[in-house]
Design a protein around this ligand. Structure first.
Ligand SMILES: [Zn+2]
Length: 234
């Protein structure tokens, strides 16, 4: 197809639209090798209607992506990405239970059966701390007023901003390189001023981020499936 893949809100991969006169139904397929979704559009369906339909398939897409590769459980000896670099999860029964971050190792003590739970709690705390700091600093640099910051594990979104300026991030962003995380922060902080994705929003987002927004966005899209496997036990 000659058309460039489109990035659609809600879908983790870009979409390549393929008009197909012989097709009887709209169809969405994962092209793992190319890292995109193929949207097959029958003759009678408009491009606009097809894209709208595709956006409604976000959960199906996430489920397919999750099935492609097995999860990466938090187990002693496993290596996970953290702040964009590999981090070895090390269990030492005699060490304190509270995880201790070293150069490229996280050492965790206490009983083995609580290991995964302690790793997850530590990562969520780190995510909340770092994302709160990063949100404050980007908002301050843009002279944008604050609001509460929280972390969660929303499956299809990296961040969201309410009309009151409250921002919620996916804790998994702490696994990503800091420049990718900063892009999500700049995006959500820009929403405190513009609750839409219009031209003014994009100008502010670019100014707050201070780098190549499209590069960071595609990097996050590429990393996303791996980040979502981390800590999953199957
Ligand atoms: Zn947005």
């Amino acid at each position: 197809m000659s058309t460039e893949p489109l990035s659609l809100a809600g879908l983790p991969w870009p979409v390549e639209v393929r008009p197909h006169p012989g097709a009887r139904h709209l169809r969405l397929a994962l092209d793992e090798a190319r890292g995109l979704l193929r949207l097959t559009v029958p003759r009678r369906v408009s491009r606009r209607a097809a894209l709208q339909w595709a956006q409604g398939q976000a959960e199906w897409v996430e489920a397919q992506l999750a099935r492609i590769e097995p999860g990466e459980p938090f187990a002693p000896g496993a290596t996970i990405p953290f702040d964009g670099a590999p981090l070895l999860l090390h269990w030492d029964q005699t060490a304190p239970r509270a995880p201790a971050l070293g150069e490229s190792t996280l050492t965790i003590g206490g009983p083995r059966e609580r290991f995964a739970e302690r790793v997850l709690r530590w990562l969520r705390d780190e995510a909340r701390r770092r994302l709160t700091d990063e949100t404050r600093s980007i908002a301050a640099a843009g002279a944008i007023s604050g609001g509460p910051v929280a972390v969660g594990d929303a499956n299809t979104r990296w961040g969201s901003c309410s009309a009151s300026g409250a921002i919620r991030y996916n804790w998994r962003l702490v696994l990503a390189p800091s420049h990718v995380r900063r892009f999500v922060v700049a995006h959500e902080v820009a929403h405190r001023v513009h609750l839409n994705h219009g031209a003014d929003f994009h100008a502010l987002e670019a100014r707050l981020y201070g780098g190549e927004v499209s590069a960071a966005r595609s990097e996050l899209r590429r990393l996303g499936p791996r980040l979502k496997r981390v800590g999953r036990s199957n």
